[in-house]
Design a protein around this ligand. Structure first.
Ligand code: MG
Length: 247
């Protein structure tokens, strides 16, 4: 395989972003997408899930961690595992695990104004709870940016990347996948969107876009074929999309 050239890892050229012309629905994941991974919000949720499991089952932290990861792998979310195997109350679980400190989360006016410029409908599509999405969006400085939030309860507890969950989403909001774009920090959550016709954007941690891009090009990464665009700066990328649409 030829070595990578500067061209391969260069930012997307403006003309490529015209792919977003005609998009009518903009769908954003919440955790580690609308806010950066390094704010450690999701780490807190992860810890709350672990302590919930610890208390519920009367096990130590190591065992709780093992059970949590096992549920996640087998059922897609810890909640689904707890529901199926221990009949936990959904509302109390969601309230407990999302009871976190959001003070590290700074308002993001650049992202807010970039999203505001996108023409069409905007949604948050999360495996978390609606209350968590609302509180987090408020802390980030989003006001009326999003038409609605599709959460894990709306998904009937079946998380992304389950195909049925995307189908429920598009049916609920009458979204045409061919006229929708989806933004996500997990490549596996973009596989179904791409297969049903959406334009897909993978959001990676700041400063790592070149690394991700290069890895894929070199190793034929599984994620490559269902990821149309990669960005490590969502606000700047969305602003570029808006520029390309307006041009
Ligand atoms: Mg996420």
């Amino acid at each position: 395989m030829n070595p990578l050239t500067a061209e391969d890892v260069a930012p997307h050229r403006p003309e490529e972003l015209t792919a977003f012309r005609g998009i009518e629905a903009w769908i954003f994941d919440l955790d580690n997408t609308l806010y950066p991974r390094d704010t450690n919000l999701f780490v807190q949720i992860d810890e709350r899930i672990r302590s919930y499991v610890q208390e519920l089952l009367g096990v130590d932290e190591t065992e709780a961690h093992r059970i949590q990861k096992d549920f996640y792998e087998q059922h897609g979310t810890s909640l689904r595992g707890l529901m199926l195997e221990h009949q936990v109350d959904v509302d109390s679980f969601l309230e407990y695990v999302h009871d976190i400190d959001r003070s590290a989360l700074k308002p993001d006016p650049a992202l807010a104004s970039a999203i505001e410029r996108l023409p069409g409908r905007k949604f948050i599509f999360t495996n978390g709870s609606r209350a968590h999405a609302l509180k987090t969006a408020e802390q980030l400085g989003f006001k009326d940016h999003f038409e609605d939030i599709f959460d894990i309860v709306a998904a009937e507890l079946l998380p992304k990347p389950q195909r049925l969950t995307y189908e429920r989403f598009v049916n609920r909001f009458d979204v045409f996948p061919e006229k929708a774009a989806m933004f996500e920090d997990l490549a596996r959550n973009l596989s179904v969107p791409k297969s049903i016709g959406m334009t897909t954007v993978l959001v990676v941690p700041s400063g790592t876009r070149e690394v991700f891009h290069a890895e894929w090009e070199m190793e034929g990464h599984d994620g490559a074929e269902h990821v149309d665009f990669v960005t490590d700066d969502l606000a700047a990328f969305v602003a570029e999309i808006a520029d390309a649409i307006e041009a």
